[in-house]
Design a protein around this ligand. Structure first.
Ligand SMILES: *Cc1c(COP(=O)(O)O)cnc(C)c1O
Length: 367
């Protein structure tokens, strides 16, 4: 018998993590590509952000570890106290920092059935147990979440609106969720798509954070700001939470390019408005056109839609994905999110949107 190999063993939970699979970025065909797989914007980044990025020099110097310039800019634009802000390498980092700070062995953390997959990864990586609450109509269900709270529940993750469903909870529902949680349970409101939501009953959570001791809201520059490549996210919470996260983050977690481009980007709200306008035109257009040809679209308030292939079509999402890929359009399969026969599509340029609608129309007619 061979001796067992002695080698380092990761903590319990680590090897249970299914590695996150990002959206594909290459198509099979030739010619022009439309990448609609990661909810990136078709509008590029704000010219002001690009200018700030390009004029960066002094690369030999460490960045400002506190990312003060960026926190100041976010605070000004949103009317917040910069001491209650933390910036991270994408909002993913803020989510992980929160999990590491508040979860450990034996703890539980809840997220909803079709919730963003990064939550499960962060929970397992912190050594805690993920608890899944079922959804109703592809929307988070406050009662189902509250029913799963135990004395071990240390965190609840809610993407509002959620990816990949595009659905949201009206803010009175979020308040009801918060009111039902123990004061020692941290509620994470992931508002990555907040800027896109055009609904009177929606709030990202700024006011709730301002008045509660157990809520953190996370935001990102990867979506509407068009700065995904630089990895910029931020969190807003009570100072005691920000203090805990600051203690465990890398001292220079934000690089100088991200700080400069983010600060310029957040000040360019005209750019954000133009992106909202683009989305307000094309989100309903694509949703309507796809519904007309017999597909089913989950009503979305984001810059993406979840497209289902009803039984009557006799078609599979995986085949549609391949058909589109071969013709230059990259969408996203979402079986990892519990949707076996659906694709997620980011709202793209006019050209991309029209092309996907035309290709899916064609695809449904193939034998
Ligand atoms: C895209 C996305 C994020 C943002 O991630 P970053 O790390 O900031 O790029 C966070 N939450 C959800 C639900 C998302 O879809």
């Amino acid at each position: 018998m061979d001796q067992p190999v002695l080698r380092p063993v990761p903590r319990p939970g680590v090897m249970e993590i299914a590695p996150y699979v990002p959206g594909k970025s290459k198509a099979l065909g030739h010619g022009k590509l439309h990448k609609l797989s990661s909810n990136e914007t078709p509008l590029g980044a704000s010219p002001a952000a690009l200018e700030a990025y390009r004029s960066l020099d002094k690369l030999e110097l460490y960045p400002d570890g506190g990312a003060m310039e960026l926190r100041q800019a976010i605070a000004e634009v949103h009317g917040l106290n910069p001491d209650r802000l933390i910036c991270g390498c994408g909002s993913d980092e803020i989510l992980s920092l929160a999990a590491y700070a508040y979860l450990g062995d034996g703890d539980e953390a809840i997220y909803s059935q079709h919730g963003f997959l990064v939550y499960k990864i962060a929970i397992l990586a912190a050594g805690a147990t993920p608890v899944v609450a079922p959804e109703t109509n592809n929307t988070a269900d406050v009662d189902a979440i509250l029913a799963r709270v135990t004395d071990k529940t240390k965190m609840v993750f809610l993407a509002n609106p959620n990816n990949p469903t595009g659905t949201y909870l009206p803010f009175d529902e979020v308040r009801r969720l918060h009111a039902g949680l123990p004061k020692t349970t941290l509620l994470v409101l992931d508002a990555a798509y907040a800027e896109y939501v055009q609904r009177n009953d929606y709030e990202a959570g700024l006011e709730l954070v301002s008045t509660a001791e157990n809520v953190i809201m996370t935001r990102t520059f990867s979506k509407i700001y068009g700065l995904a490549a630089l990895r910029i996210g931020w969190g807003y919470a009570s100072e005691h939470i920000i203090d805990a996260l600051n203690r465990i983050r890398g001292p220079f977690n934000m690089n100088s390019a991200a700080i400069a481009a983010g600060a310029a980007g957040v000040r360019d709200q005209a750019f954000v408005r133009s992106a909202i306008e683009h989305n307000s035109t094309w989100l309903p257009w694509v949703s309507d056109e796809l519904t007309k040809i017999g597909l089913e679209v989950t009503p979305s308030v984001c810059n993406f839609i979840l497209i289902h292939f009803p039984q009557e079509t006799g078609k599979r999402a995986a085949d549609a994905d391949r058909y589109l890929l071969e013709r230059g359009c990259i969408l996203r399969q979402v079986s990892a999110y519990g949707f076996d026969n659906a694709l997620r599509m980011s709202i793209g340029s006019e050209e991309a949107n029209r092309q996907v609608v035309a290709l899916l129309t064609e695809f449904l007619k193939t034998n």
